[in-house]
Design a protein around this ligand. Sequence first.
Ligand SMILES: Cc1ncc(COP(=O)(O)O)c(C=O)c1O
Ligand SMILES: NCCCCNCC[C@H](N)C(=O)O
Length: 365
Amino acid sequence: MLQTPYYLIDKSKLLQNMEKIAIVREKSGAKALLALKCFATWSVFDFMRDYMDGTTSSSLNEVRLGHERFGKETHAYSVAYADYEIDEVVSHADKIIFNSIGQLQRFENQSSAITRGLRLNPGVSSSSFDLADPARPFSRLGEWDQKQVEPVMDMITGFMIHNNCENRDFALFDRMLGDIEEKFAPLLKKAEWVSLGGGIHFTGDDYPVDQFAERLKRFSGKYGVQVYLEPGEASITKSTTLETTVLDTLYNGKNLVVVDSSIEAHMLDLLIYRENAKVHPNQGPHRAMVCGKSCLAGDIFGEFDFPQEVKVGDRISFQDAAGYTMVKKNWFNGVKMPAIAIRELDGSLRTVREFHYTDYEQSLS
Ligand SMILES: Cc1ncc(COP(=O)(O)O)c(C=O)c1O
Ligand SMILES: NCCCCNCC[C@H](N)C(=O)O
């Protein structure tokens, strides 16, 4: 059996998201690009490729990975490109979206051979976290002034607008798209394509997929644009667990459990956004605080209810461990980095990556 800790990607669960994405594509005409910033575990790209149109990126490394490992359409975006990377970015992309007019003008010549776009910031967002709110005050994420954009329209053919964040509420999405139309209609009318970014949880349970698809189709028809979606979380939600083993138990006013993993190192987003991990079913009379093995005092996955008293050697599986985990894992405390395994559709397990001391050593010098 594979040694914990490891991330376990379950293809049958991933398939459920892929099938919903395929339905939205079919009904709306929108294209769906995997946002690599959220999930870039390329061992499952062969599987995802049949259901998605390509990838979108936030750096040179991501655009290269998307081009080489996923293929199909490859969108390049970055908050800012450096002079030394722009030629390589262009060589891997079929579309480049600049974050600012300044970058568009600066790299006009180098990017002239591929389709170009600009990020717009509509000033509204669904984020309840200021950390992840593209419309936060003084945001650097995209251009907001239509008058400034008009003069560069001859250099671009489309726009990217990413203003949703974990948005499960179709009515809110619908309203915000209305705000975008009101604010940017003259620009949208001149565009050939519009990417509506990520952050829309349309693969979640009970999401009104038909209404969503209809809204996208209506938007596409009204402006004559090809719509793109950039699902990160929505592509991989609930597909993966982080498998851990209990190494120790203590009592300090509460039952404490230490596992062979670390929230700081292996599920960093939860710590950044001050959220708990999830265990299933989280029911039973034995409550315990599950902690990581790094020396950070607050390396805590959360408090959970277990059917039996948790003992050394027990397995704890953290749910929903695909998004912003593997792409953010790190070597803090030198804690063993989780392997990556895949449960195939026939139920068999395949380990696709293990990390060793040399990986830790090579990450430093
Ligand atoms: C431009 C862009 N597209 C797509 C995404 C993916 O968002 P999510 O994983 O919430 O779907 C993000 C998240 O940062 C983003 O900034
Ligand atoms: N679960 C807490 C919020 C997570 C936000 N994830 C989205 C990340 C965002 N799109 C970004 O990195 O800007």
